[in-house]
Design a protein around this ligand. Structure first.
Ligand code: NAD
Ligand code: MG
Length: 343
């Protein structure tokens, strides 16, 4: 029996995780937490708000499934890594913000990270077949694929929230519309797989059937395919190295299309890569400024194109100095949020 602590239990990933856990006799939900919404009777230990690491201390899980959204996921990520507890990681923001410190904690704790993000689950599975030369992360392109900057000046939050292939929480859905999500995923892949940025490519693939592809030095490439349904990577992360059955149907092959990303229109992708290459706390600042900008867009304070402008401006106002401690990282996150100037 695998004892699972689920953080972010009321969210998009959280609710699908509960479905996966309830369908498996080998998985037991021992603790659940959410930010604000009540989750009565879900698990022996259930908490709304409060200190997530205290809950984990009490729960003593085998696996922490971190499905909290945003930088708030950092504390449980670090708890799992320090304690050598398997981390099933959906919360990409924590790894992006704390990459170097998280990898040091992983080393100290001796546990493992099993990615839940679909592209990284795909790459994780492909990489088991050999040493990768380079990685390809696919992007749906979001609801505004094919649009120009002029088209996007007045788009509403409702339009940006209408994702073509994935049904997800609001923050990641806006990130998908700006391609910040793909930017965060490039940084996530860099830390998860130890891959230099110039060997992580992004390709737009509108139907989200191919989730990731790994190129090997002999000229072979292995891709991971499947319908866009997060129950598959959630199930894989919770049962790894075994595979459990899911309700997702077997894949019928159809025409697959791939396009280069439009960097001029979707500047958040390039800004993420630049932040990653600069290193230090630039990825943390990119993430923090993006969280502030997305919240401002969703509440109608700024326009869609302002998101990238605001983040680029904030990145110019921070030092990006590496964080030696978690306290320094929290300070860098705070500084980046304070550096954001809304137009
Ligand atoms: P969501 O907004 O639907 O759910 C977020 C969950 O986190 C909610 O349960 C909320 O109550 C909880 N939460 C927020 N702040 C909290 C706090 N301080 N303490 C405790 N709980 C808190 O988000 P989502 O779409 O499920 O995404 C969750 C994470 O997974 C994000 O990092 C996202 O990037 C990543 N992810 C999501 C998907 C997807 O399909 N939804 C795919 C890949 C990766
Ligand atoms: Mg993803």
């Amino acid at each position: 029996m695998t004892r699972i602590a689920l953080l972010g239990a009321t969210g998009s990933i959280g609710r699908q995780a509960i479905e996966v856990i309830e369908a498996s006799p080998d998985l037991e939900l021992v603790a659940a937490a959410s930010g604000t919404t009540a989750i009565d009777g879900l698990a022996p230990l259930t908490q709304v708000g409060g200190d997530l690491t205290e809950l984990l201390d009490r729960a003593e899980p085998d696996v922490v499934l971190n499905a909290v959204v945003g930088f708030a996921g950092l504390a449980p990520t670090m708890w799992a890594l320090e304690h050598g507890v398997t981390l099933a990681l959906a919360n990409k923001e924590s790894l992006v913000a704390a990459g170097d410190l998280a990898l040091a904690a992983l080393e100290r704790g001796g546990g493992s990270i099993i990615p839940v993000d679909s592209e990284h689950s795909a790459l994780f599975q492909c990489i088991q077949l050999g040493e990768p030369e380079s990685l390809v992360v696919t992007a749906s392109g979001g609801p505004f694929r094919g649009r120009t900057r002029a088209d996007l000046v007045d788009v509403t939050p409702a339009a940006a929230l209408a994702h073509p292939t994935w049904n997800m929480g609001p923050k990641i859905t806006i990130d998908s519309a700006t391609l910040a999500n793909k930017g965060l995923e490039v940084i996530e892949a860099h830390f998860l797989f130890g891959m230099p940025y110039d060997r992580i490519d992004v390709v737009v693939h509108p139907t989200s059937i191919v989730h990731g592809l790994v190129r090997f030095r002999d000229g072979a490439s292995i891709a991971h395919l499947g319908y866009p349904d997060m129950r598959v990577p959630i199930s894989y992360a919770l049962t790894y190295p075994a595979r459990a059955s899911t309700p997702v149907p077997p894949l019928e092959l159809t025409t697959l299309e791939f396009f280069p990303p439009d960097h001029d229109t979707f500047r958040m992708l390039g800004l993420a890569r630049e932040s990653g290459v600069r290193g230090g706390t630039y990825p943390c600042a990119y993430n923090a400024a993006n969280e502030v900008a997305v919240a401002a867009f969703l509440t109608g304070k700024i326009g869609f194109l302002d998101i990238a402008a605001v983040v680029e401006d904030a990145l110019g106002r921070v030092t990006g100095a590496p964080a030696q401690t978690l306290d320094e990282l929290y300070a860098a996150d705070r500084a980046a949020r304070d550096a954001v100037q809304l137009p």
